[in-house]
Design a protein around this ligand. Structure first.
Ligand SMILES: [Zn+2]
Length: 108
């Protein structure tokens, strides 16, 4: 593979750090019993659903990125985890932490 996997790994790790950081901040907000400013507090509660959705999405992304880094380390990066076909380079460029080739992804 001609792609520079070590720089990709660094990029994924940087992204992972950002997501973990964001996830922690979202969880802090969700677990915060409330701000003394009731008006702000009301807004926070309205946002709870949005924040929970964001936090769940971030967790999914974090998991995906961790697995992608693991696949780089194992030397299986760029190979579909389902059918073991090579994943198209264009697809990896668009979705660096994808684990499935386009065929498997479209059958998901
Ligand atoms: Zn596949």
């Amino acid at each position: 593979m001609s792609r520079d996997l070590s720089s990709l790994r660094q990029q994924l790790e940087a992204q992972l750090n950002i997501l973990e950081d964001r996830g922690q901040r979202i969880e802090q907000r969700l677990s915060d019993p409330g701000s003394p400013d009731w008006e702000e507090n009301a807004t926070l509660h309205e946002d709870d659903e949005v924040l929970t959705a964001l936090s769940e999405k971030a967790e999914g992304d974090i998991q995906e990125i961790r697995l992608a880094i693991q696949r780089i380390d194992e030397g299986t990066y760029g190979t579909c985890v389902r059918c073991h076909s090579p994943i198209a380079v264009q697809r990896l460029e668009a979705l660096p932490f994808t684990a499935n080739c386009i065929t498997c992804a479209s059958h998901a």
